[in-house]
Design a protein around this ligand. Structure first.
Ligand code: KG4
Ligand code: ZN
Length: 366
């Protein structure tokens, strides 16, 4: 079964052709990151407009790369939630038009279920049940995947998602949006013990997490250092080169690097996020007795998290599935993978399908 899959929930327009949920015939992505970088984050209105420009030629490209014609498509799968509403709507409307014109079923896919399904592409023998640690830009949760379309959320963040925490700290450090990957690269040579950062404990569900305290502590540390630096520089300029004033931005950034060990701060942030995730994952594995652990979402690309979950899995004798790096971030192949199983479970939609900015990944499919 060939599924034409569409993804447009944030700042990547993506179209793929996936056979039987596991074989990627094509996986085309048009990224808008360079545009949104100019604004330090995704501008929803721009994202929607860019999706409209990109989606039609990208679908043609996906068919050409797959080496199939429109007649060979058996169903159209699309991310219908969650995401930036205008952005998701572009994909949903395109998918509706394509399914209608081709006379083929329309299959709605929850974006996070798609991220989980990215693991089926990298690990062709992976089957539920398994535990999945979902870590993306907007979501952080532990999901018990009992079947391809049946899952339970065991716990999750009460505030910021892991990706959001990385991105906001990276932004204050002057790294371009989205800063998670840059922060990860910067952390490689750092000493994570140099800056003690808080590890949040939340009342209630022991599998829940919180990242807002860590984010605030790291940002406060940067701002306080910046302020001390500015007043020291202002004093210096007042006594030497005339009136007190602020340093030009570039000199300030350079000076910040002299007073903060950036690799070590980035390593400390990564360590704090990773250890929080790993301790909850260990508890969830104990609680559920699952023997397979998968990780999903953009933050699954983080090197420290990959290393630490690998160590955890080895220690507990659990099988670990990590998606290939290209399937960690947003892509349409993962939507085609999950779309196949949604179709088999009877979860198709008619032309009244709508897009949703928020929706739980459990419960009814629409
Ligand atoms: O899954 P995704 O595309 O977003 C949502 O569906 O919400 O993930 C994007 C997130 C961004 O926050 C980005 O900074 C983060 O994944 N990310 C990383 C790394 N690569 C991407 N975070 C930490 N380390 C990385 N290597
Ligand atoms: Zn995503």
């Amino acid at each position: 079964m060939n599924i034409l899959a569409i993804e447009s929930s944030c700042d990547e327009t993506a179209v793929a052709v996936v056979r039987d949920g596991r074989v990627v015939l094509s996986d085309c992505i048009s990224s808008q990151v360079d545009i949104h970088k100019l604004y330090g984050g995704v501008v929803p209105e721009i994202a929607s407009r860019k999706h409209i420009e990109a989606i039609y030629p990208l679908a043609d490209q996906a068919l050409a790369v797959a080496g199939i014609s429109r007649a060979d498509i058996d169903a159209v799968a699309v991310t219908y939630a969650p995401g930036l509403i205008g952005a998701v709507l572009v994909g949903v409307n395109f998918a509706k038009a394509a399914a209608f014109a081709l006379g083929k079923p329309l299959v709605p896919v929850h974006h996070i279920r798609g991220h989980i399904a990215a693991n089926y592409l990298t690990h062709p023998d992976l089957e539920p049940p398994f535990l999945c640690l979902v870590v993306s830009g907007g979501h952080t949760m532990l999901v018990d995947v009992t079947d391809y379309t049946k899952m339970t959320i065991l716990g999750g963040t009460r505030d910021d998602a892991a990706g959001e925490c990385f991105d906001k700290i990276a932004r204050v450090l002057g790294m371009p949006y989205p800063g998670g990957a840059a922060l990860d690269r910067m952390s490689q040579t750092g000493d994570p013990a140099k800056y003690p950062l808080p590890r949040a404990k939340v009342d209630g569900n022991p599998l829940d997490l919180s990242f807002s305290g860590l984010k605030t502590a790291a940002i406060n540390l940067i701002h306080n250092t910046q302020q001390k630096l500015e007043s020291a520089c202002a004093g210096r300029e007042a006594t030497s080169s005339g009136p007190a004033g602020h340093l030009p931005l570039q000199r300030k950034a350079a000076a910040l690097e002299e007073v903060i060990d950036l690799p070590s701060l980035c390593a400390a942030v990564s360590e704090a996020v990773s250890s929080a995730l790993v301790s909850r994952t260990e508890l969830a594995l104990e609680q559920t007795g699952r023997k397979t652990l998968a990780v999903a979402g953009g933050v699954a690309a983080n090197s420290r998290i990959r290393t630490q979950v690998s160590e955890l899995a080895r220690r507990l004798g659990v099988r670990l599935c990590l998606p290939e790096l290209r399937y960690c971030g947003d892509n349409a192949a993962m939507i085609g993978a999950q779309g196949y199983y949604e179709f088999l479970a009877g979860n198709s939609a008619d032309m009244t399908l709508n897009a949703y900015a928020t929706k739980s990944l459990v419960g009814e499919s629409l």
